[in-house]
Design a protein around this ligand. Structure first.
Ligand code: VG1
Ligand code: CO
Length: 544
């Protein structure tokens, strides 16, 4: 099979953000666009010839075409073997698991995660390294540099590979190995969780569960594991068929976009346990009957109850959370006498801590939780972890969280997202607050006294790499804080994220409504940034 060298030109807009490259489908459909990015990845991998790669995506529009393009390019670039999920599907955590288990050099995951899909939606691609985790900044920077100088890509001419049939097919000298996307991942879950006990819970008359796959990639995983292996009644998984446009929805597991699940969980006959996952299956939302668990609390509860779960019975080496995530898990770590690490937003910053055995559980306020079982956050894993805790403790989700607050206090927490803001205005709001940071300590805004303020920077304890400009923080006298940062994952205008946190030790006040409890901080944030006034918004688009 003859390798074709196709001339191409360097191109702009390729800087991989927090999770790889995301653009409108139409951008990805331009001739050579995806090819340029993929060839740039291949060009910076010295060990590519003869290697194994893992390939799959969340099933969104353009997934199929992109898989075929990448297979041809991999064959042309001397890759020995590509493991592809059947139908071109792999959730992000399952891809991570396959990379680790197969000893692959890395993997290409096709997803724009929670961004909408379809012909008018978004497409995306990210590269994960041999530990199964997102490429660290030095790799993404090398890829980006290569996109600036690239002048050709390599491909072969061939018919499309049949991705529906398991087994190996030659493509030139390369083998394309189509595998069940769920099997290997499910075996790992069986090692971590008490499947006997889970089966007993899920088949118990009276116990009901609702998992909303939001027409994204977790459908096949949830059908196979929750309904197939664990015996939850058919219908426990809703929206379980992956669709190219996610059924017109927005696969972000939060109360705004997972409104169908929320509707069920707040109905008179609500199930006992509800959960949803995002486009690529790495994030999760946990909901009890008429009770939403904030992701930061979820991480803290998992950490506090980890020894109830077989995979973590020996205890945790440490925990890690992203900076904007609430300090709830810090309190658990302190009680357990284990280290708690604080990293910038994005899972790639946990990789070194996990590899070095410094953290067992990690989490982000954006509903990403995971552990050292893979090197990605893992939505279904979090659901099984919660169910395992419920099965052992025999309590409801709400009881478990309320007892947790009684013991550790409550970190009252919320994130306000302003989506699709004019990019220039959003950048100016952030720049103005950054400029004002040195003048803030000692000032009182909206009745709250500012103790200190900074722009979060992180030095990786393992490799010494430094990441600056990771979010503006303003701390108040009583320990409360606000954080402001620009999202790195959107494709339309800019998304501003405002994070609000206040500690409430008094159990008598734990029942307070979250937004009401945070109103003084919301007012202080507006006084400091003029965010609503300047962006012309009355309210955030999404409150989590
Ligand atoms: C968001 C979340 C962040 C998460 C990232 C990727 O980033 O806030 O916590 O790691 O998405 O998750 P940003 O820059 O938009 O705030 V996913 O599920 O898109 O792979
Ligand atoms: Co995701």
């Amino acid at each position: 099979m003859q390798v074709k060298t196709v001339p191409t030109r360097p191109f702009d807009g390729q800087l991989p953000g927090t999770s790889g490259l995301r653009k409108k489908v139409a951008v990805f459909q331009q001739p050579g666009y995806l090819e340029n990015f993929v060839q740039s990845v291949f060009d910076v991998l010295p060990d590519l010839p003869g290697s194994t790669l893992v390939l799959g995506g969340d099933g969104r529009f353009h997934n199929d075409a992109a898989v075929q393009t990448i297979l041809r390019m991999a064959a042309a670039n001397g890759v020995a073997r590509v493991i592809v999920g059947r139908g071109g599907l792999l959730s992000t955590p399952a891809a991570s698991e396959l990379i680790r288990k197969s000893g692959a050099l890395g993997g290409l995951i096709l997803s724009a995660s929670h961004n909408p899909g379809g012909p008018d939606g978004d497409f995306g691609i990210k590269y994960n390294i041999s530990n199964g985790g997102p490429a660290p900044e030095k790799v993404t920077e090398a890829i980006h540099r290569r996109t600036q100088t690239i002048d050709r890509y390599l491909t072969v001419e061939s018919a499309d590979i049949d991705l529906q049939r398991d087994g190996a097919t030659p493509l030139g000298t390369m083998a394309v190995e189509v595998v069940d996307p769920v099997a290997s991942y499910a075996r790992l879950m069986q090692q971590l969780f008490d499947f006997e006990r889970l089966r007993a819970l899920l088949t118990r008359p009276g116990f009901r569960l609702c998992f909303d796959a939001m027409h994204a990639v977790t459908g096949p995983y949830a059908h196979a594991i929750l309904e197939g292996q664990l015996g939850a009644p058919a219908g426990s998984v809703i929206n379980g068929t992956p669709l190219p446009d996610f059924g017109g929805g927005h696969p972000d597991p939060n109360p705004t976009y997972a409104d169908q699940l929320i509707g069920r969980m707040f109905a008179a006959d609500a199930p006992d346990f509800g959960a949803a996952s995002d486009g690529d299956g790495d994030r999760n939302m946990i909901v009890g009957r008429r009770f939403i668990v904030t992701p930061s609390d979820s991480l803290a509860v998992l950490a506090a109850n980890a020894t109830l779960v077989p995979g973590y019975a020996a205890g945790l080496k440490g925990v890690a959370r992203s900076m904007p995530t609430s300090g709830a898990v810090d309190r658990v770590a302190q009680a357990l006498g284990i280290p708690c690490h604080e990293t910038p937003t994005g899972w790639k910053f946990f990789g070194n801590l996990l590899d070095a055995g410094m953290a067992t559980l990690c989490g982000e306020e954006s509903a990403g939780t995971g552990s050292d079982h893979v090197r990605e956050k893992d939505g279904l894993w979090a659901v099984l972890f919660w169910l395992n805790i419920l099965a052992v403790r025999g309590q409801s989700v709400e009881q478990i969280v309320r007892e947790h607050w009684q013991r550790h206090g409550r970190n009252v927490y919320s994130r306000h997202d302003y989506e699709g803001v004019d990019a220039g205005i959003a950048r100016q709001i952030v720049a103005d607050l950054r400029d004002a940071l040195p003048t803030l300590p000692g000032r009182t805004v909206a009745g709250l006294k500012i103790a200190r303020a900074d722009d979060f920077g992180y030095t990786d304890t393992v490799d010494g790499s430094v990441s600056r400009g990771q979010g503006l923080r303003v701390f108040f006298d009583d320990g409360a804080r606000i954080v402001l940062r620009l999202s790195g994952t959107g494709t339309e205008g800019a998304t501003l994220r405002l994070y609000l946190e206040r500690f409430e030790p008094d159990a008598a006040r734990h029942g307070i409504e979250t937004q009401a409890a945070l109103q003084p901080l919301i007012d202080a944030a507006e006084a400091l940034t003029g965010l609503k006034a300047r962006s012309g918004r009355q309210q955030p688009d999404v409150i989590t």
